[in-house]
Each structure stands twice: as C-alpha cells, then as structure tokens.
Write a protein that binds this ligand. Sequence first.
Ligand code: C2O
Ligand code: CU
Length: 501
Amino acid sequence: LTLSTTVVAKDWEGPAYPTQSFFSQPLPIPGVKAPKYTFTNPQTGGPIDYYELEIKPFQRKQYPNLAKSARMVGYDGQFPGPTIDIEQGRESVVRYINNGDRPASTHLHGSYSRAPFDGYADDHIDVGQYKDYYYPNQQNARTLWYHDHVVDHTAENVYFGMAGLYLLHDQHERDLALPTGKYDIPLLIMARQYNSDGTLWDPEKNDEDTSIYGDVVEVNGQPWPNLKVEPRKYRFRLLDGGISRTFKLFLNADQKNNQRVPFYVIGSDCGLLAQSVVTDLVTISIAERWDVVIDFSQFAGQNVTLRNDHEEVNPDTEYLGTDRVMRFIVGTTVSDSSNNGAVPVQLRDVPFPPQDQSVNTRHFEFGRGGSNWVINGIGWHDTADRLLAAPQRGSIEIWELENGGGGWSHPIHVHLVDFQVISRTGSDRSVLPYESAAQQDVVWLGPGETVRVIARFSPWPGLYMFHCHNLIHEDHEMLAEFNVTQVADLDLNEQNLFIDP
Ligand code: C2O
Ligand code: CU
C-alpha cells in the first residue's frame, strides 16, 4: 500500500453496484465455533477450551445476479469469522493456522491478553505456520473481536476478511435479563468497494488510491441486508469492523414519517455501561463497539431502517448507498417474550479510575510526518524511538490525545487497558452521553479535537501497542508502543501465565 491522504474521490470510476438490491438479501449471522476439545489447566484445575481457526481463501457471491464472486481470505474461510462465545473465567487457547496469502498476526481486541499473546504487529505467523494464543477471559462480559494486526498489511488483511467476533459473558449480565439468544445479534459493519462484476476492488492493485472508505456498506459481510425481527426488544452488538469509515447511525421508522427510533445504549468496548443511555444517534468509528437495545414493539408489520447520517461524515465524497446500512422487517408476532422487559437504567458498577489518583499526564499528538502518519513525530518503523511511554504497572495515568490537524480524524486504540474518556475539547462535541457512562478501548478523535482518557495500566507488565485504528493510518506508521514496567514490590508471580489478576 502507498499512502493516500484523500478519501475515495467522486471521480473514482466506481462500480455500478446493484443498488436496486438494497435490503434484498438476509443478514448472515456467523455461527458459534465449538472448541475442538477442552483440557485442564494443570495449575488451577480449571477448564481451558482449545480452538483452531484456519486463515484461508474463499469465494463469496454478494448478490445472485452478479457475474462473479469476490475472493476473500478469512478465518475458517468465512467472513465474519466464526464467533467464539465464552463464559468469564473459562480460559481459552486459540490456534491460528495461516493458510492465507501473506503473514498474519491476530489481535483479540478488547482482551487484556498478556504479551506475547496480544497479536503484536511484528510477531507474525508466516504462511504455512500456526501460532497458539492464550486468553485468560477474566474480564467482565463484553463484545470483543479478533482481527489481523500484521505489520504494514493489517488494512488489506482485514479488508479481505480477517475479522470475527469473540463474546464474553458473565453472571451479572445474565441477571439483568437483557435480550439474549436469538435476540442478541452481532452487527459487524464494514464498507468495501466492488467492481461491477462482483469482484472485490483490490486496494493492492490500486496503489495510488488506497484509502478504503468503501461505497458498499455491509453488515456481517452482506451489502445492505435485511433482518426479519419480531415486534419486541433485541440486543445488537454494533461493531465498526471496517478500514477507514466512521458511521453516524440512526434508525428510521419508514412508515411513520421517517420518525427516528431510539437506541438504548447499554454497552461499549469494555462491557456494560454504568447506566443505559437513550439516544437517536450513535457515532461509531473503526473498532468501536456499542451494544444497543432496539425496541420494535411499536412497529409491527413495518420497516425500520438503520441509516448512516452521511451528510455529517463527508458530504463531498459520498456515494448513493453510504447513507443506508440495513433494514429491519418487523413481523407481527412475538415467539418468545422472555428477557423483553424494560431496559434497566443501572447496569453495572464500572471501575472508573479515580482522577485524583492519576500519577502522570502524557501528551500524544496524532498527525502527519512527511509522507506518513505519526505519533509525536514517531512512526512504527522508527524502531529505536517508538517506545513512547513506560507507565508503572498498576498505576493510573491520564493520556491526552491531540489531533494534529489537517481535517483528519483518528480512532485511537490503546491495547491492554480499559479507559474512560474524561474530556473532549476543540470541536463542538463534548464527551458524548454514552461515552461518559462507559469505559472504552477506542476513542474517536475528531478533527481539531483533544481527548483526555484515564486508565489504570494493569494487569500485566510488558510491551503493548497503541495506534490509530484507521487501518490505512496504522499501516502507514501511526502505531507506537508502551512498556508497562514492573514495580518490584507487587507480589505477583511473574512466571505464571495463568494468574488471576
Ligand atoms: Cu483492533 Cu491494535 O487493534
Ligand atoms: Cu488515523
């Protein structure tokens, strides 16, 4: 890939994609992967589920009337990859077998996986090899996702299909009686570009035009799908699993004068919010997760369309179609009315780090440096300088993330930690209502903005990455590392990978 600083321009001779097919195909829901076997942790006696996921090519025809299929590469030959569904406290080992096209590295985004199981950019699995990753799964219930993270080529790998969901459940969440089972559905949103014959537009062969905003909005890999729902409450796990596009999502009641339907935001990157937040607009940038409940009970027999307020995204460069995401076709009968009560207001005691206990404030500027994207002037290939912070293990710090300008936005992700957004300045947005009730691991740094986040740097020592999650920016060096340093008097057994923090 070469660096492109422009979004896909209007003069791009894009595909005559069959937009008449809006909402014609059903939403695919990735199946849940079963462990290959379960073995016993010799140190704790607890179960460890062992999974294998094979990265391999596959063909997918997005609409029956297209001439050709698109060639993709994904986990187990599907996109999204199979969902891993696991209970808090149940450890797992996942073997990622690389039978794809190029080196890979898998990051479980949202997990405090200890190095070296974090999916480090340089720690690649070459073609024909595999690597086993260990996940403690001790965190609270949350929507995680696994995706490629290999140095310089994450954008292509994810674009071609290397992403899947990993859902962690816990008893506290179950006790809230939120919609579950078939009423709990992941929606991985990603925009891609296709050629008019149905093949995928290839960012690698189109070097000069490699910003992958995409003009075809897909959910779980299907462009503009529909989902038949019952007139009751559903939980949807929204994930922007794309390359460069931020969405501003709203729900349109098609038969009711385009009235907006509210979202009850109940969860974020790091699990349940402190309180549910009702809103009619959810901004979701790359790698962010927002779990929402939608109540279809007032819309029996009607359509509710999930739309993207693209006027606010980039009015000069948008195509017909990027303002639509998917359609809910609401039926008239409810087959199961359990877990359909009012959405609780109080959801969880979120362990927000106390601001008066912060021992350090660091400042990071995300901007341009020559022909690259850099953090404090440093890019990933400045290997001698890319270690930008060394917080002490267990300490609380405030990180001030400043957008270096140029009209760009940067979704910033810090590995290992859950953080809280405590301020946003420099634009007309302040901390969004659902952000102030949440912990996050990605925050969208809009044009001109400075965002302060607070985190406790635990549980593990070691080297972790932080970066822009616009994958084109990430591959073009907006990626650096921090070292969580050990504190001598912390009484934890360093050699034990399976410790409970
Ligand atoms: Cu979602 Cu560093 O990754
Ligand atoms: Cu960026």
